[in-house]
Design a binder for this molecule. Structure first.
Ligand SMILES: NC(=O)c1ccc[n+]([C@@H]2O[C@H](COP(=O)([O-])OP(=O)(O)OC[C@H]3O[C@@H](n4cnc5c(N)ncnc54)[C@H](OP(=O)(O)O)[C@@H]3O)[C@@H](O)[C@H]2O)c1
Length: 265
């Protein structure tokens, strides 16, 4: 059974115009699902929509919306005009790399809104409808940074921990409801956003950087099977060592030291 047969006709990808979000949208269109794709800039979004419509013969609705806005969820509801969402992927995120007190309180709030509050509202709204229908799925994109304290990524890491715990909790609540939910925990992935941070390779044991398509492929393989999943074998090994073998204090130090070196802080 493919995703369309299992969950329904329409998927919404929040943060869809590039990187992992665009890979999600492309994979879903290839499975024949109609799409609702969301981002702030209209042009790349429309380009992706045109490509997917012509290549896969699916319907694509573009919604231009800043997901860090207080009324983002309401704006999306209005643009959807009653369209049923069968698969929700919340992918957009804001990450600031650097000392906590060098970033403004305003940016911290913006990250909390984009990375936590808007996905929380969307999962509440569309998740309830899915549970009532007894069918549907949700994917929340999270990060290895959210597994322990991550110095110089503090707010981002904390918001990613929120998403993982939310998805795992709802996986338990919804496991007999027909609605699947997965926290997809990515490590470094070769997206434009990641490449723009200009990271330095920090050592021989750094896990391989995955392609966005690999993340999406692994994510859909595990959706419905696990509450959360780490994409990439190297990332799973690194995470096992950090979470299960090393003392937590050491894991936090390694994470902070690696980020500091990687970004020359
Ligand atoms: N790439 C990595 O190495 C990595 C590692 C671990 C976890 N992750 C997670 O994977 C997810 C995707 O990461 P990514 O690197 O592909 O891309 P990203 O930079 O987080 O997001 C890219 C997409 O989201 C949209 N977007 C960003 N801010 C938005 C906003 N305020 N409102 C609406 N749309 C917004 C962008 O379009 P616009 O700019 O037009 O809005 C673009 O389509 C994130 O949740 C991230 O935390 C990524």
């Amino acid at each position: 059974m493919n995703l369309k047969q299992k969950y329904g006709n329409t998927a919404l990808v929040a943060g869809a115009s590039e990187g992992i979000g665009a890979a999600f949208a492309t994979c879903l269109a290839a499975e024949g699902m109609n799409l609702v794709i969301i981002a702030r800039h209209p042009q790349p979004l429309q380009q992706l929509a045109d490509f997917l419509k012509s290549k896969y013969d699916v319907n694509v609705l573009c919604i231009t919306c800043d997901l860090s806005g207080l009324n983002a969820c309401q704006q999306i509801e209005e643009a959807l005009n009653g369209c049923e969402i069968n698969l929700l992927i919340y992918n957009a995120a804001l990450s600031y790399i650097g000392p906590f007190i060098k970033n403004s309180a305003e940016n911290h709030s913006k990250a909390a809104q984009l990375n936590m509050v808007t996905p929380l509202k969307m999962v509440r709204l569309y998740g309830e409808k899915m549970v009532i229908r007894g069918k549907g799925a949700v994917v929340l994109m999270t990060s290895l940074a959210g597994f322990q304290g991550s110095g110089y990524l503090s707010v981002y890491a904390a918001t990613k921990a929120f998403n993982r715990i939310l998805a795992e909790s709802l996986w338990y609540e919804w496991k007999d409801s027909g609605v699947d939910i997965l926290a997809c925990c990515a490590g470094a992935t070769a997206t434009p956003g990641y490449k723009n941070t200009n990271p330095e390779k920090t050592g021989f044991f750094t896990p391989r950087v995955l392609e966005p398509e690999e993340v999406v492929h692994e994510c859909f393989k595990k959706l419905g099977k696990q509450p959360s999943y780490i994409t990439g074998r190297g990332n799973r090994i690194a995470s096992f060592i950090m979470q299960k073998i090393l003392p937590r204090k050491m894991a936090i130090n390694i994470m902070g030291d690696t980020t500091r070196k990687m970004y020359r802080l």
